[in-house]
Ligand binder design. Structure first.
Ligand SMILES: [Zn+2]
Length: 339
């Protein structure tokens, strides 16, 4: 138990966390009420029941249902502030918050007003808790590359605190390749490049993301284990993998934590990070992710701390800030380390 307390106290970084997927059940009820949405959900328990999935497709359908309930740009200030407050409870110092802007634009919301609301929440959390945060925009692959281009137009006008793009959604239906020009343009705009790949689709999806989108980081990457050549490639190029173990169990991508490939990836020398993906939707947080890895896959405190350092390394912070964060993490770790 003492070990698990030390794990909770480890300094951490969240690189792959969806803002809407972090909405607290009570906040979702308040947001529905504010939007005068008439639904059958009345209590936090009802929402928790809603957040149980048969499989990946079911998860995506519930996600889009929740998106329907968010009707005002200003809601995002509260959602992201609370998300960051919850991250701080896991001793997270830096967050790259994913935001699927197109989902909300499609429902009539205005991009710059949403970005302003997110940044208000980010500033408030920085002031109250000291946690630092940037935004990564998920272009929503199901909307297609043209929609992706239109979101890049909006980012060009309003780049406040936005560090990267990503494509999440139904990977098996919408492969990475058609997004090649979108990614090329984003790179020219100075944005970093990430894609969800190898979560709900096989290793080819990862190959396509690295070869055609030139991504720096892969979200999930679980199915890389099926392809030894790809494993060697990811190791050689040190492409970072944003792994989200509990999410993969909840959506049925892997059957349980004990069979999650993260242990093999880490031992093989892949640049692995650990993240909570949609903590509220998946009943998890970063402390739980770390503890599960310790309990079921034998990750030691030193190994888990190495994962925190990996996350700093592959974050989209400037090099100087990375070095400061690394030093402060090491100091904190020295104070925590059991004798
Ligand atoms: Zn994700």
């Amino acid at each position: 138990m003492e070990i698990e307390q030390t794990i909770r106290n480890l300094p951490k970084v969240e690189l792959h966390i969806h803002t809407v997927g972090s909405i607290r059940p009570g906040t979702l009820l308040a947001v529905m009420d504010d939007g005068e949405i008439d639904v059958t959900y009345e209590s936090v328990k009802d929402i928790e029941r809603l957040f149980r999935y048969r499989d990946f497709t079911h998860f995506i359908s519930i996600y889009s249902q929740v998106v329907d309930y968010i009707t005002r740009e200003s809601h995002f200030e509260r959602i992201i502030f609370e998300m960051l407050e919850d991250c701080v409870k896991c001793n997270v110092h830096y967050v790259e918050a994913s935001f699927s802007a197109f989902d909300h634009i499609e429902r009539g919301m205005e991009f710059s007003a949403m970005i302003n609301a997110l940044n208000r929440g980010i500033r408030k959390a920085k002031k109250q808790f000291g946690v630092e945060s940037n935004i990564r925009i998920d272009l929503v692959r199901n909307a297609g590359p043209d929609a992706g281009m239109s979101v890049l137009d909006l980012i060009e006008e309003k780049p406040d605190n936005i560090v990267s793009i990503d494509i999440g959604g139904s990977e098996e239906k919408v492969p990475p390749r058609p997004f090649a020009q979108v990614y090329e343009r984003a790179k020219k705009m100075g944005l970093h490049l990430v894609a969800h790949a190898g979560e709900a689709a096989g290793p080819q999806s990862i190959w396509d993301a690295v070869n055609h989108l030139n991504v720096e980081r892969i979200g999930h990457g679980v199915t890389a284990r099926e392809d030894p050549e790809l494993m060697n490639f990811l190791k050689k190029k040190q492409v970072a993998i944003e792994m989200c173990p509990v999410s993969n169990v909840r959506t049925g991508v892997v059957s349980d934590i004990a069979t999650h490939p993260i242990r093999d990836f880490f031992d093989f020398g892949l640049l692995v990070t650990v993240n909570s993906d949609d903590p509220s939707f998946f009943h998890t947080d970063l402390n739980n992710e770390f503890i599960q890895l310790h309990r079921h896959l034998g990750f030691s405190i030193d190994e888990l701390f190495q994962i925190s350092l990996n996350s700093i390394e592959v974050s989209f912070l400037p090099e100087e800030r990375k070095a400061q964060l690394r030093d402060s993490f090491k100091d904190e770790y020295e104070r925590l380390k059991p004798l």
